[in-house]
Write a protein that binds this ligand. Structure first.
Ligand SMILES: [Zn+2]
Length: 149
């Protein structure tokens, strides 16, 4: 896939939370998983090792900030980190807050569902996202701008 046919080059890929010079943070719109974020590298590179050392460190620092904000504000059962890119080979890290009550736990979000969605818990979780995103943006501020000033 070239940059001209890449959905992560052509568009934001979700709800923009933070725009840095070299990366952005988006909230993925994945039904059943509100605490699903992605750190998307701006340049069209496929593999993590395409980045130099400083950029790799920056990328993982951003992933760490997102993870820490989710842990602090949402108290997930587990954080899932993943960089797959089989479908869209443009470097992006999934940072997913997982809960022992979510539809797929303990399987990956891409596996088969194990139980129906818990609408009340999902609603309660969604209410906390704004606080988590404020924390992310506050910590990421040194590398760019919040999506909404
Ligand atoms: Zn791309």
């Amino acid at each position: 896939m070239t940059a001209s046919h890449c959905p992560l080059c052509a568009g934001i890929g979700g709800v923009l939370v933070f725009q840095g010079e070299k990366f952005r943070v988006i909230r993925a719109d994945e039904p059943g998983f509100p605490a699903f974020y992605r750190v998307v590298w701006t340049a069209h590179v496929a593999e993590f090792s395409d980045l130099g050392e400083a950029d790799r460190n920056l990328c993982m620092a951003a992933v760490t900030v997102v993870e820490q904000a989710l842990r602090t504000q949402l108290q997930p059962t587990k954080i899932n980190l993943a960089a797959l890119g089989n479908v869209v080979p443009h470097l992006h890290w999934h940072v997913i807050g997982r809960f022992d009550w979510d539809t797929h736990f303990p399987a990956p979000v891409w596996a088969e569902a194990k139980r129906p969605a818990d609408a009340e818990r999902l609603k309660a979780l969604c209410v906390k996202l704004e606080t988590a995103e404020r924390e992310m943006v506050g910590c990421l501020g040194q590398w760019g701008k919040p999506a909404v000033a």
